[in-house]
Design a protein around this ligand. Structure first.
Ligand SMILES: *[C@@H]1O[C@H](CO)[C@@H](O)[C@H](O)[C@H]1NC(C)=O
Ligand SMILES: [Zn+2]
Length: 275
């Protein structure tokens, strides 16, 4: 017992000693290897059981109830958008190192970056703005519905402006099909919702996800919000028409690592779908 405790603490202290990507790369023993570090977790003050009533938790969550264009929504009977067309040239076909973890509900990943280095991240442009990918996370089942249909899961790719304000999210619905997803495959084993470990240094090519949904050529778009408290507004959502196809085995692995995590559907009001 004592020995194993000692070993454990030695393991963790060596991992803790190289928290940032730069130190980690130059580590004499670990080199570029991936390291699992237990980062613990901060308990959340909200749950999905009461997602229709988050504004009652504290005043800072008032937008969850009073917002004018809250997410997610059900997109019903809408043609595809011809406005706000995104351009993905800035999503280079290369892998970025980042941290793979579970956001307490489903797998998630954030790229390594130095403070203020947002412009080195994969980016896309729309309406003359450039926005940068600061990571993704999965919800299960999907949050958005298309003509009332819910998918088994949805990936949210979160993008910020150069000033690091959240500005755009791509909501990619996942579905089982005849082929594996290379985007999902590169992640390796999923991290379970009860697992507080973080895999540091996992290389992820985000372009694969964009390519696997047809380059987001066909999409719906609307003005929405964060789908978790504080439900902040002012985000543009892009919902690719094409679902990201994963194999049955990949879907089972994603679902096994996830727990119920969709916010109740919001009323369409000032969302300006496709406008
Ligand atoms: C997850 O963790 C909780 C709290 O420790 C535990 O009660 C539960 O059994 C765990 N669930 C699974 C599926 O491991
Ligand atoms: Zn989300």
């Amino acid at each position: 017992m004592l020995t194993s405790l000692f070993l454990l603490s030695a393991l963790f202290s060596s991992a803790w000693s190289c928290p940032s990507h730069d130190n980690y790369q130059s580590h004499p023993h670990l080199g570029r290897r991936q390291v699992r570090v237990d980062v613990g977790r901060e308990p959340k003050d909200w749950t999905y059981d009461v997602s229709a009533d988050w504004a009652t938790i504290k005043p800072e969550y008032h937008l969850c109830q009073s917002g004018r264009h809250q997410s997610p929504i059900n997109v019903v009977g809408k043609d595809l958008s011809t406005h706000h067309k995104p351009n993905f040239e800035g999503y280079k076909n290369v892998a970025h190192p980042g941290n793979f973890f579970n956001w307490q509900f489903a797998p998630a990943w954030t790229p390594h970056r130095a403070e203020g280095d947002v412009k080195k991240l994969p980016s896309f442009t729309f309406d003359g703005h450039e926005v940068y990918n600061i990571g993704w996370h999965i919800h299960s089942p999907s949050e958005h519905l298309i003509d009332g249909k819910r998918s088994r899961a949805e990936i949210h790719m979160v993008h910020v402006t150069e000033e690091e304000h959240e500005a755009a999210v791509i909501g990619i619905r996942l579905a089982v099909g005849p082929t594996e997803s290379d985007f999902i495959k590169q992640l390796g084993p999923m991290i379970h919702f009860n697992d507080t470990a973080q895999l540091e240094g996992l290389q992820v090519n985000l372009r694969l996800a964009i390519d696997e949904v047809g380059g987001v050529e066909e999409f719906w778009t609307y003005k929405g919000s964060l789908t978790t408290p504080p439900c902040s507004e002012g985000l543009r959502w892009f919902l690719p028409k094409k679902e990201l196809i994963v194999s049955e085995q990949q879907m089972v692995e994603i679902l096994a690592a996830s727990r119920f995590s969709h916010r109740v559907e919001q009323q369409v009001w000032l969302h300006d779908i496709n406008l």
